[in-house]
Design a protein around this ligand. Structure first.
Ligand SMILES: [Zn+2]
Length: 512
């Protein structure tokens, strides 16, 4: 049935990482890149190399480690130094792509770039040529294309292809387009650009009006053969088009789109979990495809129909996207082998060191709670995967609280493997006391922006998961902690966020 394969261009590590509070360390980016390769995406946009030394390093490491299994892409403005820097980050990848962009809407040209149409064309052509000199795979994006005057857009696109661009990406940078209008931009390009057949057309949509996926699919309907998207729809402001939604729309409605992708759809759910865990950006419960409720049938009449024949109310099966079907219960008598099978079934491929660590966590947990569910296991794995070496580690925690007493916390933290520091503080409650103590020890002045507790699985002995968001010097940081003790989970999540602050400051010191 499908006649064309759509190139899936993932920009979780570039556009997704630009969303507030979602910055990732290089080790975390490599974890995500590894998952993206397993997922089967075609192109990984790994970063914007000139933006910072950290970005450069991440693109270079992703290129070296995964450049033989996916095309690795680096972003550059239309400036010589940008293109050169992007190239030196990418050059070790076997498959690599340079992505240059320049705004073409009158609002951007006048106010941001202060360039006229001819200058825009000349600059775009010059920089595409520079990129082509380095590498045969070159993508050009006329930024804010959705608000660009169509005749001018055609002219820029034609000149960029003439200069050697092999992919032309049409970004709806501000999320302004609507589906039929965005589709008509692609039709117009197909009809009016003489050399359009020499390049792949691509869509890059933002979700400010909740239309990113709809607009991307409209573009596919009009001939786009690449879609740029992110896991969980991560991205600036309201985010980018969600990869899992694009892929499953094409998979489920192949009859309509006549297109497919190379994505292994049963890896979608584990990849979503991993990205959520690393960035601390939780997935909303009713999110399509990967939300907790995406496959839950609550209404009686639906349940009845679904039990008789799943296809009555189910257009996709949970296992198609890697949601574990049966929630088998493990306990303290479950051996290494049963545990290993479960880990595989949950969609994780983890190396031996991580497996050993997670198995130890599992046996410790099984001592504390009777039934260990899939969600518990996933939480343990996520915790270990996201566990990059931390500046501060929790050694011990003691709190006292109750009616008529002043809530107090006493904490010991290990600092860089040698020193142990301890302190105590009081607060409005035990959690507040814990946070104040952690701030005293780490000497970081943070403002708590968001605090949320939820249970990972069911039962009174369920593990609690705490998500925090803090603000330090105007920047947002997320942290997550899991424990059967909510106070401990709170401490771990806050510490995780504080460790990100430390990592960030260290990077900035290198910057300066
Ligand atoms: Zn974007």
């Amino acid at each position: 049935m499908p006649t064309d394969t759509i190139t899936i261009f993932d920009t979780t590590l570039r556009d997704g990482e630009q969303s507030p509070g979602c910055s990732m360390k290089t080790a975390e980016k490599l974890e995500v890149a590894n998952a993206l390769v397993d997922l089967g995406v075609d192109v990984i946009e790994a970063g914007f190399p000139i933006a910072s030394p950290g970005d450069f390093e991440a693109v270079q490491m992703v290129s070296r480690q995964f450049g033989d299994r996916a095309t690795i892409c680096g972003l550059a403005r239309c400036r010589r130094e940008d293109v050169d820097r992007a190239w030196s980050a990418l050059k070790d990848a076997e498959r690599r792509r340079l992505h240059v962009f320049l705004a073409t809407s009158s609002i951007h040209m006048e106010h941001k770039l202060k360039m006229d149409e001819q200058q825009i064309i000349n600059t775009a052509v010059e920089m595409v040529k520079r990129a082509v000199d380095y590498c045969e795979d070159v993508e050009f994006s006329p930024e804010d294309a959705a608000r660009t005057e169509l005749d001018f857009l055609c002219e820029v696109v034609e000149k960029a292809i003439e200069a050697g661009a092999t992919t032309i990406n049409i970004p709806d940078t501000v999320g302004y387009a609507t589906p039929s209008q965005f589709g008509s931009v692609f039709r117009h390009l197909k009809e009016n650009v003489s050399n359009i057949d020499q390049a792949v057309l691509s869509a890059h949509c933002h979700n400010d009006l909740g239309l990113a996926v709809a607009n991307s699919l409209a573009a596919v309907g009009e001939g786009a053969r690449q879609v740029e998207c992110t896991i969980n729809g991560l991205g600036e402001r309201a985010g980018n088009a969600a990869l899992e939604e694009i892929v499953m729309a094409l998979a489920t409605r192949g009859d309509y789109f006549q297109c497919d992708t190379r994505v292994n759809t049963d890896k979608l759910f584990p990849t979503s979990r991993l990205v959520s865990s690393i960035t601390g950006m939780k997935v909303q419960r009713n999110k399509a495809i990967v939300g907790q409720n995406a496959f839950a049938h609550e209404a009686g009449i639906h349940q009845d129909g679904w039990l008789k024949e799943p296809s009555t109310y189910e257009i996709m099966r949970p296992e198609d996207v890697g949601v574990p079907g049966t929630d088998l219960v493990l306990g303290k008598h479950s051996g290494r082998h049963a545990f290993g099978d479960r880990v595989k079934l949950l969609g994780y491929s983890i190396d031996d060191d991580v497996f050993q660590a997670v198995f130890k966590d599992f046996t410790a947990l099984a001592d504390k709670k009777k039934d260990v569910y899939d969600s518990d296991i996933a939480a343990l794995i996520d915790n270990r995967i996201a566990d990059t070496p931390d500046h501060w580690q929790l050694v011990s925690l003691h709190t006292s609280a109750g009616t008529g007493t002043i809530p107090t916390a006493t904490i010991e933290l290990q600092h860089d493997e040698q020193t142990i520091r301890r302190d105590a503080a009081t607060g409005d409650g035990p959690v507040d006391a814990v946070f104040r103590t952690l701030e005293r020890i780490t000497e970081i002045d943070a403002r708590l922006e968001d605090y949320e507790v939820r249970s990972v699985s069911r039962g009174k002995d369920a593990q609690g998961e705490v998500l925090v968001e803090i603000v330090v010097m105007g920047r947002h940081y997320h942290g997550k902690g899991v424990s059967t003790d909510i106070i401990e989970a709170s401490a771990l999540s806050y510490l995780k966020a504080l460790n990100k602050v430390v990592a960030d400051t260290q990077v900035n010191e290198i910057d300066a």
